[in-house]
Design a protein around this ligand. Structure first.
Ligand SMILES: [Zn+2]
Length: 234
């Protein structure tokens, strides 16, 4: 039989236990936020259409000066990626597909005003063997885990534009020293490279995230081109 003081401590213990595990359950999201710059992301409070409208109001520019969206559907969001399982989640800007010369060192620009929430200034390239192993695992799963996608994106900068809109600039060869805090539309965030890729062919992988999804998930290439024309006026 439990006497009164023991019962009291038992209840306190139970409360601490419950609080601890409740915190663990929401710990994943906190961990991600910590990883991307020790800052909470804007909460998704707007609907998808409202986010698109917010993006349009920013009058954004494309991340490579004078470029247009790729002419090749395989470089758009939702393009299948058979080598790893899953789909492409962004826009690739390769030389020969976007109307301007794109090479290692081409400046990568902020598409709109925003705040740097991640800048991999101390990036280390993944070893070939580890890359191979992760791709093999993704292929057998039939989808690519987020942690693997993150590695495959190489050296990255992420900008938070508010309204749940985050843009990601990936495979960079370098990031300007001291890049942090608020940036303005057109500011240089980094330089085109091939980090995180097997081929090392320089190109920019650019993502627009709306809440937890990427822009125009499950849409066709012509629908994606249409919405990009509306947003970027190009
Ligand atoms: Zn890509």
């Amino acid at each position: 039989m439990i006497n009164r003081p023991e019962g009291f401590f038992y209840i306190i213990f139970l409360c601490v236990y419950i609080i601890f595990f409740t915190n663990c359950a929401s710990g994943n999201e906190k961990e991600v936020n910590k990883k991307v710059g020790k800052k909470e992301f804007s909460r998704r409070v707007l609907s998808y259409d409202e986010q698109i409208a917010a993006l349009k109001r920013m009058e954004p520019v494309l991340p490579i000066k004078d470029a247009h969206i790729t002419t090749f559907d395989g470089q758009l969001p939702n393009a299948p990626r058979k080598y790893r399982g899953g789909f492409h989640e962004g826009f690739d800007f390769y030389n020969g597909f976007c109307g301007v010369r794109i090479e290692k060192g081409t400046p990568v620009l902020a598409i709109a005003d925003g705040e740097v929430v991640r800048a991999d200034t101390n990036y280390t390239e993944i070893e070939a063997e580890k890359r191979k192993m992760l791709l093999k695992e993704a292929h057998s799963l039939g989808f690519t885990p987020d942690s693997t996608l993150d590695i495959l994106r190489g050296r990255q900068v992420w900008l938070d534009h508010g309204s749940g809109i985050v843009t990601r600039y990936c495979h960079l060869s370098a990031i300007p020293a001291g890049l942090k805090g608020k940036v303005r539309k057109g500011d240089v965030l980094g330089f085109v490279g091939g980090s995180g890729t097997k081929s090392k062919v320089p190109h920019l992988h650019f993502e627009i995230r709306l809440g937890k999804d990427f822009l125009e998930k499950n849409k066709t290439p012509s629908e994606i081109r249409e919405i990009m024309k509306e947003i970027f006026k190009k």
